[in-house]
Ligand binder design. Structure first.
Ligand code: CTP
Ligand code: CA
Length: 224
């Protein structure tokens, strides 16, 4: 009996995941985006479902594909759409893992017609998007909330500050400095930091294996 429970440690749990980039419209044919492939988030979704969880995967534009009866994909484009979809489901979930590379700024005014080429320079006014992760940290009750951090300097210090500021249970620090880790790559090197300041550094490995490492820590803490 216990063996079966241990094989599917997330059975009966609902997991909300964000993945991929967001696109912020400049005009009907142009946007501000980033190079996130969505791979890490999709691997976390697959690993969660394989452990028995019911998964809601809110994904920005990606080429990733998934076909699993326990994974429900909600495609979104902009940071605001990702915010809305995420908030719609957050109250019902046990675990939320926000791996999306959300745009920090968006054009203040998206032009309704294609912007014509005119002067030598063009200035776009940008405004901040809503921080989805921080907004969930403010309203969370029972949910175990996981964020990501991408840093190029003072990595540990900055990641710890993000964990506290956004009221997270766990933060996944992505080491972009290491060869073979990060955006568009098949591999990743991460350091996990929990709310008790426990720091665990992992080796460079496939994103599928990184996903398993992250879920192992979450399962231990959720069941503790
Ligand atoms: N995040 C989010 N909504 C945003 C921006 C970020 O939900 N508008 C989430 C990301 O999904 C990630 C975490 O916040 O889980 C950290 O993202 P990161 O870009 O590393 O940090 P920021 O808080 O945006 O700060 P900065 O980019 O200035 O380092
Ligand atoms: Ca950011």
């Amino acid at each position: 009996e216990n063996d079966i429970i241990d094989q599917l440690p997330l059975r009966g749990k609902k997991v909300l995941i964000t993945a991929g980039p967001t696109y912020e419209a400049i005009d009907p044919v142009r946007f501000i985006g980033n190079h996130s492939s969505g791979k890490m988030g999709f691997e976390i979704a697959k690993a969660s479902a394989n452990l028995g969880a019911e998964v809601i995967l809110v994904s920005g534009p990606t080429h990733q594909k998934v076909n699993h009866s326990l994974i429900h994909v909600i495609p979104v484009t902009s940071a605001q759409e990702m915010y809305d979809a995420t908030h719609l489901h957050f109250k019902d979930v046990d675990i939320a893992i926000l791996s999306a590379a959300v745009a920090d700024y968006k054009p203040k005014y998206a032009a309704s017609q294609k912007i014509k080429k005119k002067e030598t320079t063009l200035t776009l006014e940008l405004e901040k998007t809503k921080d989805i992760l921080a907004s969930l940290g403010e309203i969370k009750t029972k949910q175990y909330l996981v964020g990501f951090a991408l840093e190029t300097n003072n990595e540990l210090e900055n990641a710890k500050a993000k964990l506290k500021k956004k009221n997270l249970n766990l933060i996944v620090l992505n080491s972009l400095n290491d060869k073979g880790a990060g955006f568009k790559k098949e591999t990743n090197k991460v350091t996990l930091i929990d709310a008790e300041d426990k720091v665990t550094e992992y080796e460079l490995k496939s994103k599928a294996d990184v996903a398993k490492d992250i879920l192992n820590v979450i399962i231990k803490e959720v069941h503790a």
